[in-house]
Design a protein around this ligand. Structure first.
Ligand code: HEM
Length: 406
């Protein structure tokens, strides 16, 4: 029992430090880098002292938790603890200092093993599992720009989750059910929110602050002897539920299978269940085309098919916005001006920026159902729905009842 209490109090001490001094130290370092417009600075006494303090204090607190060789029973508490160790290691990587992990790498591995996730912090530790205390949620710094980034990014993730939740209710109702109309309209509203929050992010986030003081915390880092790719804002399952449920991406496409496999260890445990279920989904576009082709459509089927086209339009617009108003101005352009030796260091996932942008462009074109000679997109299925709806709008043959297959 006494071991339990001291283990819990060691975790509490770490939590207090992560919410307090950790953020202050990072903020002080960030202000120094920013004043010099540098990503990191070496051989400067003030920077060395601050980062030494960060490495020492965090390392001691995490080692004290590790000494107990026991994990919290509650899975959410385990995920939260993994996040705390991850914030610390992410910050060490960001300041380019090497902590001695020998005392606690096995704790991170044990936590991750018990949850089935990568042993590092992921973006879910910031927007899905981020317990606020007294109104303050976990962040790396106290900079206003990081707050802007986390808030709008988190809100956009919530809105995607809302859209996915709404659409997941449709297969059990059927696409011609008037109750499905409610869920489709909800998905459209949620995707409008994604756009609204993304626009607010693009307008309010300072490009230089993001580039110099926020982005560097999301890089890949090592735990024990293995390197784990960086965190990115897309590491949540709702986006993939939308891709597959709408019928814009296929879980049988090798490229898309790679996207899912790469993402799997980096999403929260409850999101992994959603990713595993993707292969069993029948796309709504397929169902709608089949039912529209079956005969004169009922009024609810027509309304729902129009709404499905709307959902796809809003979804595509959000992905195009992400690319042109977030990725390009906040990452690609500033990276082009960075010193050549830093280019391999520019993305969360690790590969060179050009490769990451190419992968994202492919996802964008699938999600926006663009016509691309090298890609099979859902453009033909969307055009087919439009055509079937237009045919159904033509004056009815005298005597044909709405909804009749004759
Ligand atoms: C300044 C803001 C942002 C920038 C610069 C940015 C940049 C990026 C980059 C570079 C990637 C590729 C990740 C990598 O492999 O390194 C990515 C992925 C992604 N981002 Fe963003 N992003 C931003 C904000 C957002 C927001 C607000 C959302 C909405 C939730 C979002 C959703 C996604 C998704 C869904 C992916 C992954 C694509 C996938 O695998 O499905 N991003 N982002």
């Amino acid at each position: 029992m006494s071991r339990d209490v001291s283990s819990a109090s060691a975790i509490k001490d770490l939590d207090r430090w992560i919410r307090g001094e950790f953020r202050e130290l990072n903020t002080e370092l960030e202000e120094i880098y920013f004043s010099e417009k540098a990503i990191t600075l070496h051989d400067r006494a003030d920077v060395d002292n601050l980062s030494r303090l960060l490495v020492r204090d965090g390392g001691e607190l995490i080692s004290r938790v590790a000494e107990h060789r026991e994990l919290p029973r509650d899975p959410d508490a385990r995920y939260e603890l993994l996040g705390m160790i991850g914030f610390y290691l992410g910050a060490c990587r960001r300041h380019e200092v090497q902590p001695d992990q020998s005392q606690y790498a096995s704790l991170a591995e044990a936590l991750a093993g018990s949850l089935g996730v990568a042993p590092r912090f992921s973006s879910a530790h910031q927007h899905i599992h981020n317990r606020a205390v007294g109104g303050a949620f976990n962040s790396f710094t106290t900079l206003a720009s990081e707050r802007v980034f986390l808030t709008y990014n988190g809100l956009a993730v919530m809105a995607y989750r809302r859209a996915a939740h709404a659409l997941l209710s449709i297969p059990a109702l059927g696409v011609s059910n008037p109750l499905a109309t409610y869920h489709l309209a909800d998905a459209v509203a949620a995707l409008r929110d994604v756009m609204r929050y993304s626009q607010a992010l693009a307008d309010e986030l300072d490009v230089d602050r993001f580039f110099y003081n926020i982005r560097p915390y999301f890089k890949s880092y090592r735990v024990g002897s293995k390197e784990f790719r960086g965190a990115n804002a897309g590491d949540f399952a709702a986006i993939n539920v939308l891709d597959v449920l709408l019928g814009l991406c296929s879980p049988h496409d090798p490229f898309y299978q790679w996207v899912i496999a790469d993402k799997y260890p980096y999403v929260a445990p409850e999101d992994q269940k959603l990713l595993r279920a993707l292969t069993a989904i029948e796309p709504l576009l397929t169902t709608v085309v089949r039912e529209l082709e079956a005969g004169v459509p009922s009024a609810p089927l027509r309304e729902n098919a129009e709404l499905l086209l709307d959902v796809c339009r809003h979804y595509g617009a959000a992905t195009v916005f992400h690319h042109h108003r977030l990725v390009v101005p906040f990452l690609q352009k500033p990276a082009a001006d960075a010193p050549q030796e830093r280019h391999s260091d520019m993305t969360a996932s690790g590969p060179p920026l050009e490769e990451v942008v190419e992968t994202l462009a492919r996802l964008r074109d699938l999600r926006a159902a663009r016509q691309r000679p090298d890609l099979v997109t859902a453009r033909a299925a969307l055009d087919r729905v439009r055509e079937l709806l237009d045919d159904a709008d033509e004056p009815a043959t005298p005597g044909a009842a709405v909804g009749s297959k004759d």
